[in-house]
Design a protein around this ligand. Structure first.
Ligand code: NAI
Length: 466
């Protein structure tokens, strides 16, 4: 078997892996990228992209439902699911083609097959067109994650995880979503807007772990308006088939609910099956992650691990950032690791949620005295114009000894297009800027981002509209 040598061999073609390949190739490295399924990974094929595409279908339904408010008469809405799925697939395929094209343009060698890292940075690739062996001066492990499954709720029939969700044959009349995290809330929001009757069953006392309480409250109110029944503090115990194709889910203290679709969204597990052979210094933690140091280095010299397979936020953009950091490390440049406590979070349910930094509760738990500023989209001109006034912006700042607001610790948003508005808040929190400094910047008027500006300005003790 022929052995081919590269500067860098990457296992896994999701955002972390292909991000490392693109960035590394742009820096002049000769790179091989091994992918066993499709370049683009979970994000592009079974996650972020198709989820947001279907959420946009839901947004179109909402727009039409409110068209008469703008004086536009419309016929009753009809949903042609096959067209919905085809549009989603067309977006995914176009992006996948784009990523593959970029990799090829940068002369990255893409290998189809399952890669295993052995001793001496040897990577064997099997199952593709042919078996090959590669060696690399450096190796990056980016094999990603898979949906976590609850015993008794294995995918099949009406039970799906995010892997199967994007191919369901139609919008069900009734859906139960197990797990009220980011994935659960996005799917629940989509299904409810498309006409399903949705129940979320969440084991913890609240949905959207990590979000500020004020933000969660807005999401709960909006979900209630959509008819989503959110049940918290309930564990599911099993399900049994009932009438034609439906199933009855048992949960809590002897309760049950009949449904046509069960979406299991209870987190994702790092995927390492077959990725690491005997004889390397790469270690797996008790929770199944690849163990890395602060610079994403594994226990094997010149082998790094990034993305969902390590214990950092499972977000595509964190994978990209880790990829850049590792490539710089490989090149011997200064590499600043991601500050996981301040990464941008964006959840695209309706209303959208976006935040960076500490929630008020987290800051208080850390023993930090804070001042907060909270402003609602209800008074924002652009929000009124677009007819989407549910939501707020909340800023959490360090309290100075004189009681005034100092460094911004957290920016939390819920409402229209907030995922597109977080960047200013993210920058402020990560720049460790103070309220005074950020308040000096202006926002366009009229705009949704004015609410961020108003909220920060109010922390200076003076305000315009706020
Ligand atoms: P998650 O960890 O965010 O939420 C899972 C939820 O399921 C938790 O609230 C948990 O308490 C609950 N849960 C666990 N076991 C349960 C059980 N047996 N019964 C009922 N509830 C149970 O995981 P999720 O939503 O599956 O997302 C996976 C990963 O993907 C997360 O790390 C998330 O950050 C990321 N992601 C991010 C998105 C975004 O930022 N827009 C979108 C989709 C995923």
């Amino acid at each position: 078997m022929e052995t081919t040598h590269f500067d860098l061999v990457i296992i896994g073609g999701g955002p972390a892996g292909y991000g490392a390949a693109l960035y590394g190739a742009s820096a002049g490295l000769n790179i091989a990228l091994v992918e066993k399924d499709k370049v683009g990974g979970t994000c592009l094929h079974r996650g972020c992209i198709p989820a947001k595409e279907l959420l946009e279908t839901a947004a179109v339904v909402r727009t039409i439902a409110h068209a008469e408010d703008f004086g536009i008469k419309v016929e009753p809405i009809g949903l042609e699911w096959s067209t919905t799925l085809a549009r989603k697939q067309a977006v995914v395929d176009k992006l996948a083609g784009g990523v593959t094209g970029l990799l090829k343009n940068r002369k990255v060698t893409i290998l189809d097959g399952t890669a295993t890292l052995g001793a001496g940075r040897t990577v064997t690739v099997a199952g593709g067109d042919e078996s090959v062996t590669l060696t690399g001066d450096a190796v990056i492990l980016a094999p990603g994650s898979v949906p976590r499954v609850i015993p008794g709720f294995e995918p099949g029939g009406p039970v799906v995880t995010s892997d199967e969700f994007f191919h369901i044959p139609g919008v069900p009349d009734r859906a139960v979503v197990i797990g009220g995290g980011a994935i659960g809330c996005e799917f629940a929001s989509t299904l409810a807007d498309l006409g399903a009757s949705v129940t979320i069953l969440e084991a913890l006392p609240k949905i959207l772990p990590g979000c500020d309480e004020d933000v969660t409250r807005v999401v709960l109110q909006s979900f209630k308006k959509k008819g989503i029944d959110v049940r918290t503090g309930v564990a599911v115990t099993g399900h049994a088939p009932s009438s034609s194709g439906a199933t009855t889910v048992s949960f809590g203290d002897g309760e049950s609910i009949e449904t046509d679709l069960v979406v299991v969204s209870v987190g994702r597990s790092p995927f390492t099956d077959g990725v690491i052979a005997e004889g390397t210094g790469v270690r797996i933690t008790d929770r199944g992650h690849i163990e890395v140091d602060g610079n994403y280095r594994t226990g094997e010299p010149s082998v790094w691990a990034i993305g969902d397979v390590i214990a950092t936020p499972q977000l595509a953009h964190v994978g990209f950032a880790e990829a850049i950091c590792v490539v710089k490390d490989i090149l011997g440049e200064e590499a600043v690791p991601v500050d996981n406590s301040k990464v941008p979070w964006a959840i695209y349910c309706q209303p959208e949620v976006a935040f960076a930094g500490m929630s008020e509760a987290a800051a208080k738990e850390a023993g930090i005295e804070v001042v907060t500023s909270k402003h609602r989209f209800g008074g924002n001109s652009r929000a009124m114009i677009i007819g989407q006034t549910d939501g707020l912006v909340k800023i959490i700042a360090e309290k100075r000894p004189d009681g005034s607001a100092g460094k911004l610790l957290g920016v939390h948003m819920v409402g229209p297009w907030v995922t597109e508005q977080l960047s200013g808040g993210y920058l402020a929190v990560n720049w460790e800027a103070t309220a005074d400094e950020v308040a000096a910047f202006i926002q366009p008027h009229p705009s949704l981002t004015e609410l961020f500006g108003e909220s920060v300005l109010a922390l200076t003790g003076r305000s315009l509209h706020g």
